[in-house]
Design a binder for this molecule. Structure first.
Ligand SMILES: [Zn+2]
Length: 259
């Protein structure tokens, strides 16, 4: 299984910036998990192949690229872009984004080929569903709005992603029961000094990340930190490195990881 966290922006020399403003993971070049930079940072090949988008929650940094992605593909689609999300996220998207004010309600539109351009595939938290060659199980996590993390499996490999979250219990119970986990992607948004902000916005700090990882019983599994707020990146990375947690590294934006 290949995973790439798409870049949010590019440095002056054209390389992907390490600062992550937006969240969008592409699995095997054809399934997107979250859609922050989906329209802006996908390659031409990825744009041709990705027709399945799985959402953790409806915060802007996770959905910003979705309306634009569908807009860019609109005329050429012969089948809809499928959006997998919880009922709460579906309701928010229809009410606040695809509401004919911010953007057209694509779920009601067809193009000149007669193809619907967007189709929701709602899922229930805790249930497993299939997306292309992947089996995906959603698990509710602890964020400011309804949010899920995922366990994602293909025929060989299983990985877990937390989504945006503060401290969790159900997630660890489910992930600890996985016998064959290759990688865990976990968020850590704010530095320790901003613990109060992290608590209010339901995110982790390095100190709380360490507490969370104490609940994770797969000590041999590779751990990657994601979702570091760009303006605090250097501080958060330094504080995480000081913890010297085994098998842990920061997930590099733009790099393709394979397990
Ligand atoms: Zn969020």
């Amino acid at each position: 299984m290949k995973i790439q966290l798409l870049p949010s922006t590019f440095d002056e020399n054209g390389t992907a910036s390490r600062r992550q403003h937006l969240s969008c993971f592409v699995v095997d070049d054809r399934v997107a998990i979250d859609a922050g930079s989906l329209a802006m940072a996908t390659t031409t090949a990825q744009k041709k192949q990705i027709r399945d988008v799985v959402l953790t929650h409806a915060h802007l940094d996770h959905i910003a690229g979705l309306p634009l992605f569908i807009d860019d593909l609109f005329a050429g689609l012969d089948a809809p872009v499928r959006v997998y999300c919880s009922a709460e996220v579906l309701e928010t998207l229809e009410r606040d984004i695809f509401n004919w004010e911010i953007y057209p309600r694509f779920s009601e539109l067809k193009n000149k080929n007669g193809a619907s351009v967007m189709q929701y595939q709602p899922f229930e938290a805790g249930r497993e569903f299939t997306v292309k060659h992947l089996r995906i199980k959603s698990i509710s996590v602890n964020h400011k709005v309804p949010t899920v993390g995922f366990i994602v499996s293909d025929a060989k490999t299983t990985i877990a992603l937390t989504g945006d979250t503060a401290e969790m219990s159900d997630f660890w119970q489910t992930v600890n029961a996985e016998t064959n986990l290759s990688a865990l992607l976990i968020e850590c948004a704010f530095p320790n000094e901003l613990e109060e902000l992290a608590e209010n916005s339901h995110h982790l700090t390095p100190r709380n990340l360490q507490k969370e990882l104490a609940k994770f019983n797969r000590k041999e599994c590779a751990i990657y930190v994601v979702n570091i707020k760009p303006m605090y990146r250097d501080e958060v990375v330094k504080q995480i490195e000081e913890l010297q947690i085994e098998n842990l590294q920061i997930l590099e934006v733009g790099q393709v990881y394979e397990w």
